[in-house]
Ligand binder design. Structure first.
Ligand code: A2P
Length: 279
């Protein structure tokens, strides 16, 4: 028997900056994604993040309730009329222990002030764009991969995603496969542009076609051999990085070793980094 929910109260927005959940997908016991309505006034650049959350529990003495907010990369592109997010589930995490239970029709809080460094404006023109991610760090790239500008600016788009096991790669694998097969996306971005994507998934704790941390695979040249690329050069390559603190720190050293320099919105250069927020 299916559980029945009666939630007439939820029809009336009661939260500040409330948005309504339109779909939820659970990928593994550690990962889920969801879509919410988009405020008509919200403008953002593909790759940016916003603060989202839920109302916290009442304060034990004052009874006051405060919003519990965390930074989340927007996984949907700037042109989409909904907003998508990709999240970890931390069983004792203040926000994600609750957020993982949201259902269609529920409300979340969304502060409409997008910011971030994983944007095209922060990179100088180049030939190849590398998108390096671990875990939920793939989220901003789910936005950028659906953004036509990505393909106008680069001849090749290489997406690496490293996760512990194969199941954790499903969100990125499916997103890219669906993107390349979808007629609307083919029309919007162009079949030849979608063919610029090279997807390079790797796992570290379960056997798969390609094992190892991306940092190791870059350092020992495996990535270049596998993709038939000579290497990373300042003249041709640009990179965006989003993952754990460990990845971000370690890959910076690798990229700087190839001569790449870190850019910012106000000072575009060869690569940009952002941490995957909720972890
Ligand atoms: P590993 O299994 O060797 O720690 P998590 O699920 O903990 O966020 O990790 C996601 C992926 O990021 C894992 O495959 C993990 O590999 C990898 N990873 C963690 N730290 C680093 C790092 N410093 N450099 C590269 N990859 C890393």
């Amino acid at each position: 028997q299916k559980p029945v929910t009666t939630d007439t109260a939820k029809a009336v927005p009661t939260l500040p900056d409330a948005q309504t959940v339109t779909s939820v997908t659970h990928w593994t016991d550690r990962l889920f994604s969801f879509r919410v309505t988009r405020p008509t006034s919200l403008r953002f650049r593909s790759g940016e993040f916003v603060m989202i959350g839920l109302m916290g529990d009442p304060h034990p003495e004052t009874g006051k309730v405060k919003p519990l907010l965390r930074a989340y990369s927007i996984a949907s592109p700037a042109w989409d009329d909904e907003l998508e997010f990709y999240s970890i589930k931390v069983q004792d995490g203040p926000l994600t222990s609750r957020l993982q239970h949201i259902a269609v029709g529920d409300e979340i809080i969304l502060r409409p002030k997008p910011v971030g460094t994983l944007v095209h404006d922060a990179l100088l023109p180049g030939k190849r764009l590398w998108l390096f991610s671990t875990g939920t760090g793939f989220a901003p790239f789910a936005s950028l991969l659906r953004e036509p500008e990505t393909y106008e600016k680069f001849e090749q788009v290489i997406v690496t995603h490293t996760c512990r096991d194969v199941a954790e790669l499903e969100y990125s694998r499916k997103l890219i496969a669906d993107l390349q097969a979808d007629e609307m996306m083919q029309e919007l971005i162009g079949v030849e542009n979608l063919a610029k994507i090279r997807y390079y998934p790797t796992t570290t704790r379960e056997n798969s076609a390609k094992m190892g941390r991306i940092t190791t695979l870059l350092e020992d040249g495996t990535v270049f051999t596998d993709l038939g690329i000579d290497g990373i050069t300042v003249g041709e390559d640009r990179a965006m990085v989003c993952g754990s603190m460990g990845l971000n720190t370690d890959i910076k050293v690798v990229l700087e070793g190839f001569g790449l320099q870190e850019g910012a919105n106000s000072d575009p250069k060869h690569y940009v980094v952002e941490k995957a927020f909720v972890g």
